[in-house]
Every structure is written in structure tokens, then in C-alpha cells.
Design a protein around this ligand. Structure first.
Ligand code: 0RQ
Length: 501
């Protein structure tokens, strides 16, 4: 395993995870790898959680400020949250333990657009980064660091941190070297990203660091802690079916090219079902400029339906993780992994004219979307990259099942209880009931289209009743609302456990 560390300077820093974790003290800011479980530190973060537990056992405070790429892993967010050792967290969380801490008010959470984090950290908006902990597949003789299945904000952590810890994980195929593309420039005002096609390469394949800052190199051999997807259900298949029909219709009328613009696809069950539908659909030579690369896209690369993918991270099932390690030579030719300020860059998304497909928690009748807060106040995950893509895409699509929690919640409500995506950033809305094409519709027309096509029949009469009364008792006729009633559905759920009357 030592063979993965070719640089003699850095080989001399090899040590155990406990020694590395001992470099971190209470109150420090950590910049860590991790974008989904891919690339998150494992051994050092577990050792750090152990340190926190011991300190707490002695009655001493111990917590860190944690910055990552996006969500991370049970070995980072999970282990530290269990010990209540995260005082501040940015920019995304998908871990249930940490979600509990945030919703209990114990961890301060800054939910931010993923493309914004690195340039803002470099600008000094969030203070200094004390320690970087990143995962590598190898360290070359020239000191170049080969990343693993995500890059996240690692370039910025390596540039900004005073101390650097590298976990070299020999579980990953060495053939991954060459897949990454690391942009050495900036994405602040005055700079331009020279990407014109999804597979353009604009940087180096390795990360660089001042070797004097590297205080520990820890050897590991461990797969990412991936979760398996749920079986695709009928609802997800129906959503995918409505979308495919829409794309066939748009290409037939010449509004979209036959190969479709570059696709961005969010995470989860519905997104995977959409990719499965593309696998069987009529479109060929597809490309993706996306954030997360899931099983479905890899299947299309293998079948030849998809030609090229640019992404920030792999987020795959346990089975796919094994397959892709064996398949790395092939995948490397078709995939460009980028740091997230490039993979999610709105400038590039606008230039390429992407189709953004993201999942939501709820939408209102006018097309505003809540992706993050249940009943307005409980965070689920975070905005992630959905805003980076939705605002700048040629077409922005939001999808969800029409009801949640066994039908006690309607995903279509009079007014969203929290807004992540304003109606101007939502052109197409899809549920298993159908698809609403909102392009060119006024607010009142959007409301009719969303209720007719997307709402569940159980909730349609209630929504129509709300809209009709709002239109007749209106204060304003553009976007009619009954202000005293607009959030009453959420209030009723909180009080009774159901939005139904
Ligand atoms: O709760 O876990 O308690 O059962 O939300 O919902 O249906 O399992 O769907 O996993 O696809 O997540 C929007 C959260 C959907 C996700 C969201 C409850 C539901 C369940 C999860 P349980 P599902 P998914 C780029 C794109 C924002 C980031 C983003 C997300 C849980 O897609 O985080 O788009 N998106 N990134 O029961 C109350 C409702 C609900 C509801 C769902 N209306 N009311 N609860 N739930 N709808 C990728 C990245 O940035 C990484």
C-alpha cells in the first residue's frame, strides 16, 4: 500500500490515523473531501470522533467547524455528529444524525449553492481553514495528488489550509489517474471558464500542494460507504414516462435537438428512474454536464447511448461501486471529473444550454419550489447543486411524487412553506399524475396547469377551491392568494398529522 505514495518527501509523513487526528484541536475549521460518500475521509475522521468522545468524557469541549464538497459519509458527518462535535457545517448535509443535530439547533448549518463555496472561501468570507483532510488514490513521485471518486472543493482546501492530512486509499483502482480535470484558475469576477463542450479538459489531472504543509499521510484500504438505491417504484417510472413523452414531443417539433442538450440529473430514486427511461428511449449520443454521476448514467455509457459525462462525483450503489472499479480504464475515456465550482458553474451551464432535472419536496400552484425544508422549518438535506443548474439551464424541470407520507401530505400546495427555486426558474413540473409545461404561462394559467396535471386527485378539489376563492376575493389579480389560508395546509399537518380536511 505504501507503493501508492511515490513522493519520497511525502512518504516520510506516513503515520497512523490517531496521530493525524491529534493535529486537530477544539474549535478548528476543517476543509474535508466528500461529495456524497465519494472521497470523504474515513480513518482520520473516525479517529477524530474518538478524540471528541474522549474529550467530552473528560468534560472538555471539543467541536470543529466542518466544510466539505457536499454530503459526506457516516465516517465523517455521522461519526462526528454522534459525538455532537460539529459546531458549524457548510454547504450540504445528507446524514440523518447530523440532520437531527441541525434540527435540534445544536449545529449551525449554512445551506449554500455548491458552486459558490470555493470562491467564497478563497475570498475569505468564512474565515481561515486550519486543516484539510482529503482522500487520494495515489501520490505521484512529483507530489501530484490523484483524487478518488470526487474532487469537491479539495483544491481550495489544499491551497488555503495551514495543515494538510492525506488519506491514501488503495481500494480505488490506480487506473483512475487521468479522469480528473483540475482548473488552476479562478471563478471570481474577471475570469472565464473555457469550456465549450462537456468533455473539454482545461486543467491538470492531479491536485498540487506545498509539501511543507503536509503533516500526515494515512494509508487506508476501504470502499466508500455507499447506500443502495431503493427498487424503482411505479411512481418514479410514471414520472420518467411523462418526461420521455415530453422530450419526444419537443424534438419532434424541433424545439430541442435530436441528441438533446447536455443533461443534468439530481440524486435519488426518481433521477435514477429517469436515466433508466433514457436507456430505453429513442435518443442517442447523449451527453451530461451534471453534478452527481449515478448508476443509470454509467449504464448508458456502457451501452453507448451516452457518449460523454462531466461531473463532480460518483454516487453509486454498492454493486456499481465494485463494477466501476473494474471498469475504470473504459470509464476514464468518457468521464471528466471536475472540482465543483467548475462542474456546477452557472456560466458553463448557461453556455451549454443544459436541461436540469431535479427533485423537490413541494411546489406551490404558481410553480415556486421547496427542495429543502419540511413544513418550512425542518431541514431535509440542502439546496446542493440544484440552484446552480436550475437558474442557468435552458430548461429547468422539477419532479416529485404528488403526495408524501402515505398521502397525508400533498406535494402541490397553495403556497410553499420555504422557497429554494422561484417560479421563474421552473419551466416544467412533473409528478406521477402528469407534466405541466409552464413556459409562457401567466401565474393564474400556471396554477390551472399545475393543479390539472400534477396534483393528486385527492387534493385537486381542495386546490381548485383555494384558487377559485383566491381569484374572486382577490387583493391582486396577478398571483391571487388568500394570505390567512395560504399556509394553513402545513399548519393542519403539524397539528393533526394530515393536510386533509
Ligand atoms: O422522508 O426519509 O423520512 O421517508 O423527504 O424523499 O421521496 O425519498 O425522495 O430521496 O429523492 O429526496 C427533494 C429531499 C427528495 C432531494 C429531496 C420526505 C420523504 C422522505 C426524501 P423519509 P424521497 P429523494 C443535485 C441536486 C435537494 C438537492 C438537490 C434533495 C424524504 O432530492 O435533497 O436537488 N434535493 N440536489 O418522505 C414532507 C413533503 C415531502 C417530504 C418528500 N412534501 N413533505 N416530507 N418528503 N416530500 C444533487 C446534489 O446536490 C447532491
Amino acid at each position: 500500500e505504501q507503493d501508492r505514495v511515490k513522493s519520497t518527501a511525502l512518504r516520510s509523513r506516513i503515520c497512523g490515523a490517531e496521530d493525524a487526528a491529534a493535529l486537530i484541536s477544539d474549535g478548528m475549521s476543517l476543509g474535508c473531501g466528500g461529495f456524497t460518500p465519494s472521497g470523504a475521509p474515513k480513518a482520520v475522521s473516525r479517529a477524530l470522533a474518538q478524540r471528541a468522545a474522549e474529550a467530552h468524557g473528560r468534560g472538555e469541549p471539543f467541536s470543529v467547524r466542518l466544510f466539505t464538497g457536499a454530503s459526506s459519509s457516516p465516517a465523517l458527518d455521522g461519526a462526528l455528529a454522534r459525538e455532537n462535535a460539529i459546531s458549524f457545517r457548510m454547504p450540504y448535509n445528507g446524514d440523518a444524525q447530523l440532520r437531527g443535530r441541525i434540527n435540534a439547533g445544536e449545529t449551525a448549518y449554512v445551506d449554500a449553492h455548491l458552486s459558490r463555496v470555493a470562491p467564497w472561501v478563497r475570498a475569505g468570507f468564512f474565515g481561515e481553514i486550519d486543516v484539510a483532510i482529503i482522500e487520494a488514490a495515489a501520490i505521484r513521485e512529483d507530489g501530484g495528488i490523484v483524487p478518488t471518486l470526487s474532487i469537491g472543493n479539495n483544491k481550495t482546501w489544499l491551497d488555503m489550509a495551514k495543515t494538510v492530512i492525506i488519506e491514501v486509499n488503495s481500494h480505488h483502482s490506480a487506473a483512475i489517474e487521468g479522469m480528473h480535470d483540475i482548473w488552476g484558475g479562478d471563478t471570481l469576477p474577471g475570469s472565464a471558464l473555457p469550456i465549450r463542450r462537456v468533455d473539454d479538459r482545461i486543467g491538470e489531472t492531479v491536485l498540487r500542494v506545498d509539501p511543507a504543509k503536509v503533516r500526515a499521510v494515512v494509508l487506508t484500504n476501504e470502499p466508500d460507504l455507499n447506500a443502495s438505491f431503493r427498487e424503482t417504484d411505479d411512481g418514479a417510472r410514471q414520472i420518467a414516462g411523462h418526461l420521455m413523452e415530453f422530450f419526444r414531443h419537443e424534438t419532434a417539433r424541433g424545439r430541442l435537438p435530436q441528441t438533446l442538450p447536455p443533461l443534468q440529473s439530481g440524486v435519488g430514486n426518481v433521477a435514477n428512474a429517469v436515466m433508466a427511461a433514457f436507456s430505453e428511449g429513442p435518443f442517442e449520443n447523449l451527453v451530461a454536464y451534471t453534478e452527481v454521476i449515478q448508476d443509470g448514467m454509467l449504464a448508458m455509457l456502457r451501452s453507448g447511448k451516452m457518449r460523454a459525462v462531466s461531473g463532480a462525483a460518483f454516487s453509486v450503489s454498492v454493486d456499481e461501486a465494485k463494477r466501476l472499479n473494474a471498469d475504470m480504464e473504459f470509464l476514464r475515456k468518457h468521464i471528466v471529473l471536475r472540482q465543483q465550482e467548475v462542474s456546477n458553474n452557472p456560466e458553463v451551464v448557461r453556455r451549454l444550454g443544459c436541461i436540469a432535472m431535479n427533485t423537490m419536496i413541494e411546489a406551490d400552484i404558481y410553480g415556486n419550489v421547496n427542495s429543502t425544508r419540511v413544513m418550512g422549518s425542518r431541514v431535509q438535506n440542502g439546496i446542493g447543486g440544484s440552484g446552480d443548474f436550475a437558474r442557468s439551464a435552458l430548461l429547468s424541470i422539477f419532479m416529485a411524487p404528488s403526495m408524501a407520507k402515505a398521502g397525508s401530505i400533498s406535494a402541490i400546495v397553495p403556497m410553499v412553506s420555504h422557497v429554494d427555486h422561484i417560479n421563474q426558474d421552473v419551466q416544467i413540473m412533473v409528478t406521477e399524475q402528469g407534466l405541466a409545461d409552464l413556459r409562457g404561462l401567466s401565474a393564474r394559467q400556471r396554477a390551472r396547469a399545475i393543479i390539472a396535471n400534477c396534483a393528486h386527485p385527492d387534493y385537486q378539489p381542495m386546490l381548485l377551491d383555494y384558487l377559485n376563492r383566491a381569484e374572486s376575493g382577490q387583493y391582486g389579480g396577478d398571483t391571487p392568494h388568500l394570505l390567512g389560508e395560504a399556509l394553513s395546509w402545513h399548519q393542519r399537518f403539524v397539528e393533526t398529522g394530515s393536510m386533509r380536511f
